[in-house]
Design a protein around this ligand. Sequence first.
Ligand code: MN
Ligand code: MN
Length: 466
Amino acid sequence: MEEKSKAELLREELAYAPTHAMKQIESGEVQAADDFCVGYMRFLDACRTEREAVAFMKDAAQAKGFVPFERGKKYACGDKVYFVNRGKAIILTVFGQKSVREGVRIAAAHIDSPRLDLKPNPLYEDEETALFKTHYYGGIKKYQWTAIPLSLHGAVYLKDGTCVNVSVGEKEGEPKFVVTDLLPHLAREQEKRTLEDGIKGEELNVLVGSRPFCADKGSELVKLNILKILFDKYGMTEKDFLSAELEIVPAMPVCDIGFDRSMIGGYGHDDRVCAYPSAMAAFDVENPQYTCVTVLTDKEETGSDGNTGLNSSYMQYFLYDLAETAGCAGYEVLRNSKCLSADVNAAFDPTFPSVQEKRNAAFINRGVVITKYTGARGKSGTSDASAEYMSFVRRILDDAKVVWQTGELGAVDAGGGGTVAKYIAKLDVDVVDVGVPVLSMHAPFEVVSKLDVYMTYRAVRAFYEA
Ligand code: MN
Ligand code: MN
């Protein structure tokens, strides 16, 4: 090997130069990352909605010895409990050596993803085709949701209150659905619209059928035929759509991307790509110093409002329950707690460089991203993590040899966004965003790097074990 020059040595000592994770880790760790992602890809394929993610994680937690949380019960170090909030959020807790009075370690990720929700009265017939009206959920580029295979997931509560789970379009042999788009030959007017309006919200109508019930007299026989199929299969009638949460999501299987298989393509990386590593860290941590609380929450994509989102009090009340049993005030627990808000960030896309500021952008394969602040227009609406807390997190990651990078959510005034971090900060908890950089974020098919997924797991685990 050639000897390093004085300048090179000094630069190594003084300068910060984020690099590809492969330049920083052993080959054994690359294998470990690939192996870890096999489990992640299985999870992502199996869970297209928040309800499905909760059911998956509840089963996985039970298999790892977690039991339902009982209020008032005294728990000892190493005890593992789970708490499900309305089937759409779950808290996994591993009790630590110290009293919760000294604070807990929280990792919070969200399991809802952008999609098309069915309207309360969705089914209609137009020119002998049956369609569903939808209202999109979260921030989407609407034109991306046309002319791709879609599936239907969710829960329907029937007249008598029984719940029927629905999943159509994932398993082999099942039909799928689609939002149609205009052919280019006849799209001259449409193509004059802005990209934002290329497909309008009320044009996101999902094609679900085209054959009449029979050659009988009467109108809307195609719709009637769909109603009959739904009744035969689920026992539901049209009114039951009112007491349902049905979600249209992309029906594309998760797969490796690239000749080198270094990346993963799939729907819903944001934010199941942080939820899965956080849950795995909870499953793998043993007898931690501090009680570890992993929150997989709903409703982040619509601003965290609603009682399954983190702008509600469910996590706070859970921690208050822990405080009560430990004989201290809830706010004491919160004040001493530390949190990683595990959420994705935008990866630098070489095709669209202008929206990022390169020196402060996140890149795929450079490890877990620490995002000090999000927000928009002058850091508005963000929890800007303190220097003290950044120092704390950075040392934990460095000590555990986790490959990490920093990243802003885009260049100044290019746009912006937020996470659950500000709702956790509101509770007087120290918090910073960490997570996986994503290409094509919020598209029906997003891309992440396997090394970054693994480094996010290593980061949360190191945080729990520190
Ligand atoms: Mn997110
Ligand atoms: Mn998002």
